[in-house]
Design a protein around this ligand. Structure first.
Ligand code: PBG
Length: 328
């Protein structure tokens, strides 16, 4: 691969000027690569800061017009909706997930009505924002039961599709749910609703601030290791993706982001399917506090997002998305 050698060969030659560096740049980050997550709360005209995520807010639905307008203006293709469900609406079964007046349903309708198909709406499928125990599925003897949970996820997916969600994103890690959800979407004539499977989701310590943002942190007494993946594993991620593609996933998610670039690259190489990276809440808070404490500068954000592109990601879910889109 290397032709020639020093002193005639000098790799610094093409790095000397800005125009030249731009010319040989191998990867590019654009607004098209970003997905913007939005946290929702009940109430009117509310913008509430999330303590564990400085610079991130929860919005009441009547405030969404302004935010989504901004997102669309900066050419971000899609928003992802996450509800902070009031405690009195949570129960063991996560029943609020099936209420067509819940936060996500109302927000989806609101955005669809105002923005039509000019922006994509992605909705999370999992029960954790709605359960009193904070787990993604139904509990029996303190174990999350797979097949019964899938029935709930199907109900949740169909409701979201009815409300106008474009991309159903199951983040629960139950076995077999993609196939069953695809089947029931098709049966109900939602052929065009996409499925973005969180195919590779690790039981990670980087989700802490998110659980605070959606209010599931205090309810969750144990961990999610019996359904989310062990962070020591790599081959298993290929098996997960292979299964989800077979079951009908249109895109797959790898989560968290930065500590898992090897996984993103491996999956891209093996499957050539759109791979989405999730730069999760803990990553956001670490970088943001580094910036706030003047330990690193703001360009560290672009550097982190570019690393996902380098690894082969098609897009990145990031709490920085809007700020960065304004910059690039
Ligand atoms: C819930 C869900 C989680 C995240 C997205 N969807 C948390 C979890 O699995 O506990 C994490 C996102 C983040 O940390 O930014 N199924």
């Amino acid at each position: 691969m290397i032709t020639g050698k020093y002193p005639s060969l000098r790799l610094r030659r093409t790095r000397k000027y800005n125009w030249s560096r731009r010319l040989i740049q191998e990867n590019n980050l654009s607004c098209n690569d970003l997905i913007y997550p939005i946290f929702l709360i009940e109430g009117k005209n509310k913008k509430q800061s999330v303590k564990s995520m400085p610079g991130v807010y929860r919005y009441s639905i009547d405030r969404l017009g302004m935010i989504v307008n901004n997102v669309a203006k900066h050419k971000i293709p899609m928003v992802a909706l996450f509800p902070s469900t009031p405690k009195n609406k949570k129960d063991k079964l996560g029943s609020e997930a099936f209420n067509e007046d819940n936060l996500v349903c109302r927000a989806t309708k609101y955005i669809k009505k105002r923005f039509k198909n000019n922006i994509g709406i992605m909705t999370d499928v999992a029960l954790d924002p709605y359960t009193s125990h904070g787990h993604d599925g139904l509990l029996k003897n303190n174990y999350v039961i797979n097949d019964e949970t899938i029935n709930s996820l199907i109900k949740q997916s169909l409701l979201q599709a009815q409300m106008g969600s474009n991309v159903i994103a199951p983040s629960d890690m139950m076995d077999g749910r993609i196939g069953k959800i695809r089947k029931s979407l098709d049966k109900n004539n939602f052929h065009d609703v996409q499925i973005l499977s969180y195919a590779v989701k690790y039981a990670s310590n980087f989700y802490g601030p998110f659980r605070d943002a959606v209010g599931s942190k205090k309810s969750l007494k144990s961990n999610k290791k019996s359904y989310q993946m062990d962070f020591s594993n790599k081959n298993e991620s290929l098996r997960e993706v292979a299964l989800d593609i077979k079951e009908g996933a249109d895109m797959v998610m790898v989560k968290p982001g930065l500590p898992y670039l090897d996984i993103i690259q491996k999956i891209k190489e093996n499957f050539k399917i759109p791979v989405i990276a999730y730069q999760v809440s803990g990553e956001y808070s670490l970088i943001q506090s580094g910036i706030n404490n003047k330990l690193i500068n703001e360009d560290a954000i672009i550097e982190s997002l570019m690393s996902f592109k380098r690894a082969g990601a098609s897009a990145i879910v990031s709490y920085f998305a809007l700020d960065i889109a304004k910059k690039i």
